[in-house]
Design a binder for this molecule. Structure first.
Ligand SMILES: Nc1ncnc2c1ncn2[C@@H]1O[C@H](COP(=O)(O)OP(=O)(O)OP(=O)(O)O)[C@@H](O)[C@H]1O
Ligand SMILES: [Mg+2]
Length: 311
């Protein structure tokens, strides 16, 4: 397998304190990896090492097989990045900014022009190409940051908390953009506080806490760690004891408890077919079902337990 990003025992010390401790990670081609961890976990430190903004205290880091410490320039030819909140000259427009950054990267005029148009489309900023950046919202600056990262067609895109500090709509926009970028051949490494964000956007999850890697696996395997799912059932009227007993006797149901008037919480460990069967039974019993959905907290519960377990 082509090793697109590789770190071996990567360590960064600040005043005798490890911000990053022996991070060993290998990431293959054309995958999106969510780099998840709480504040101070070492995410930005890792990203700054990978983008040669800081030097590691120990360990190795390679991009497309090129040693970042030995040959930062050639390693970074393959990388586009947005580290922390991107800042731009407020009096320039996106087109002027991309032109300026393209020249700095040694791209020729025509290539810059073609690519600028393309990358602004990719981040849905084509209508703002000639507006001064001073007027832009944080979300627009973040999108322009992604556009500049893509300008020289890097095979690796590294984003440090691309949705952090954005409003819900801005977060969704940036996630959709990243999902679209995954359709092109490229490895994406993005940090986030949110496990559910990584689960939604990425193929793999690497979790760090206190400078150490505590989990690295494909997103589809996260479910296996979670055990029984929580399903919240909301009904028009309270369920009778008999109806609750029918629920409890259903395949896959571990527990069913009325937690509020007209709300029953199920713990469920079965297949999708069994889950569908529960709903069919309820409707057959004449129960008016308002909603029947997985309760959203389970993933973040897992995240918290992993962080606690990793300490
Ligand atoms: N320049 C520095 N000098 C001293 N300590 C630092 C420096 N940069 C980072 N640290 C420390 O290293 C640890 C890791 O920081 P880092 O910024 O990598 O975390 P992070 O995972 O990006 O957190 P956040 O989610 O808050 O952005 C923290 O304890 C931080 O205080
Ligand atoms: Mg950070």
């Amino acid at each position: 397998m082509r090793e697109v990003i590789k770190t071996v025992g990567l360590t960064k010390m600040y005043n005798g304190f490890p911000a990053l401790e022996k991070l060993t990670l290998t990431i293959g081609p054309d995958v999106c990896v969510g780099f998840i961890g709480p504040n101070g976990a070492g995410k930005t430190t890792t990203i700054k090492i990978l983008t040669s903004l800081i030097k590691p205290t120990a360990g190795e880091a390679y991009v497309e097989g090129i040693d970042i410490r030995e040959s930062p320039k050639s390693a970074l030819m393959n990388v586009g990045s947005v580290v922390e909140t991107p800042e731009f000259y407020p009096y320039l427009t996106p087109i002027e900014t991309l032109d300026y950054l393209g020249r700095l990267r040694g791209m020729d005029e025509e290539y810059i022009r073609d690519r600028s148009k393309r990358v602004l489309e990719q981040v849905h900023m084509e209508d703002w190409a000639t507006t001064r950046i001073g007027k832009f919202s944080k979300g627009m600056k973040q999108r322009l940051g992604i556009a500049q990262a893509l300008l020289h067609e890097p095979t690796v895109l590294i984003l440090d908390e691309p949705t952090s500090g954005l409003d819900p709509r801005g977060m969704i926009e940036v996630r959709e953009i990243i999902k679209d970028l995954k359709k092109e051949k490229r490895t994406i490494f993005m940090s986030s506080h949110l496990l559910y964000e990584a689960q939604e956007v990425c193929d793999w999850v690497a979790m760090v806490d206190k400078g150490r890697l505590i989990y690295f696996d494909e997103v589809e395997n996260i479910g296996k760690l979670m055990g029984p799912k929580k399903i919240e059932l909301q009904t028009v009227a309270d369920l009778t004891e008999g109806q609750l007993d029918i629920l409890r006797a259903s395949e896959g149901v571990v527990e069913a408890e009325a937690v509020q008037p007209k709300v029953v919480l199920l713990r469920f460990d079965g297949s999708n077919e069994e889950r569908a069967e529960i709903l069919t039974k309820l409707v057959g019993e004449g129960v008016g079902v308002v909603s029947f959905k997985s309760s959203g907290m389970e993933l973040e519960d897992l995240y918290m337990s992993m962080i606690e377990g990793g300490s």
